[in-house]
Design a protein around this ligand. Structure first.
Ligand code: C2E
Ligand code: CA
Ligand code: CA
Ligand code: CA
Length: 279
């Protein structure tokens, strides 16, 4: 059974039984969680190599459960997708992240992150009204469209249909589109021919062993060349060491994200630790 007193996502992820039963239980509690405000946003810096200057942030959701403590999105996003509450949760996430970006802009001016990335799930993209919703939220929060990046996984886009239509509509609005966990899907390169992409987020798995000559380094090199050739922006994900950052920079990567540069943190820690502290 799940323990209820742990304090970190990692611990909970390890302790909770990864069963359909657990998913169902979390899913059933999502409604209450939304109604009683149990979700929080944390923000992770996306920085410029090699010096680490703050350029953008990725907004990541957390569930601050009254008994279980912090629950990782890897555990509840699938449940929210399954029961459809991701639509409502996703709107809250988008609104909260945009409102935060506008506040930083007001407080920090040019020192504020230029762009905010928000993760959008397959089910949201499949909603015919999603692009209109984004437009409304930008309007209501005062967020300039050019400052928003939407991160989608390859699987969410694969299959085309409404998801592709939504991405085209968002792109026409001026929202930037990032392909998340790039390189891990079934048709990564194929998608670049059909999806209006601006940013490739090169998956952590290619960064992990990049300092050892081998497959990872070869793939990371190929991906930066593809990105450059297509005029896209590449972001290396999951950078944990100075050695990885140096090697990525040597390969031509200009942007990176990972624990080496900063973990995801909530406000007001983000302003205090990241905005003030980065060069
Ligand atoms: P993702 O979009 O690929 O987000 C990156 C994940 O990697 C985050 O986990 C982040 O905390 C973690 N990470 C960042 N740097 C490092 C590093 O250097 N080392 C390691 N080991 N991990 C690092 P998180 O916040 O637990 O989110 C997990 C996944 O849940 C996300 O993967 C995303 O797919 C989903 N997710 C998170 N927030 C949202 C959201 O607001 N909406 C939706 N639809 N999905 C979300
Ligand atoms: Ca992401
Ligand atoms: Ca990712
Ligand atoms: Ca991921």
């Amino acid at each position: 059974a799940a323990k209820t007193s742990g304090d970190t996502c990692r611990r909970h992820t390890a302790e909770l039984d990864d069963t359909a039963d657990e998913q169902a239980r979390l899913g059933a509690e999502l409604r209450t969680a939304l109604d009683t405000g149990q979700f929080r946003m944390v923000y992770q810096p996306i920085v410029e190599l090699p010096h680490g200057r703050l350029r953008a942030v990725e907004a990541l959701v957390r569930w601050d459960h009254p008994e279980r403590g912090l629950i990782s999105p890897d555990r509840f996003i699938p449940a929210a997708e399954h029961n459809g509450l991701i639509i409502e949760l996703g709107e809250w996430i988008l609104r909260t992240a945009c409102a935060q970006a506008v506040e930083w802009q007001a407080d920090w001016g040019p020192r504020a992150p230029e762009r905010t990335s928000v993760n959008v799930s397959a089910r949201q993209l499949a909603q015919p009204g999603f692009a209109a919703l984004v437009e409304r939220v930008l309007d209501e929060t005062g967020m300039p469209v050019g400052r928003l990046t939407v991160e989608v996984t390859e699987t969410a886009v694969f299959g085309g249909g409404q998801a592709l239509q939504t991405l085209n509509d968002l792109h026409d609005l001026g929202v930037r589109i990032a392909l998340d966990d790039f390189g891990t899907g079934h048709s990564s390169l194929g998608l670049l021919q059909t999806v209006p992409v601006d940013v490739l987020k090169v998956d952590k798995s290619f960064v992990d062993n990049i300092t050892m000559a081998g497959r990872h380094a070869v793939i990371a090199t190929a991906l930066i060349r593809v990105s450059e050739g297509l005029g896209l922006t590449a972001v290396a994900e999951g950078v944990e060491t100075a050695e990885q950052a140096a090697e990525l920079y040597r390969l031509g990567y200009q942007l990176a994200q990972g624990y080496h540069f900063g973990r995801p943190v909530a406000e007001p820690d983000f302003a205090a630790e990241v905005v003030v502290a980065t060069p």
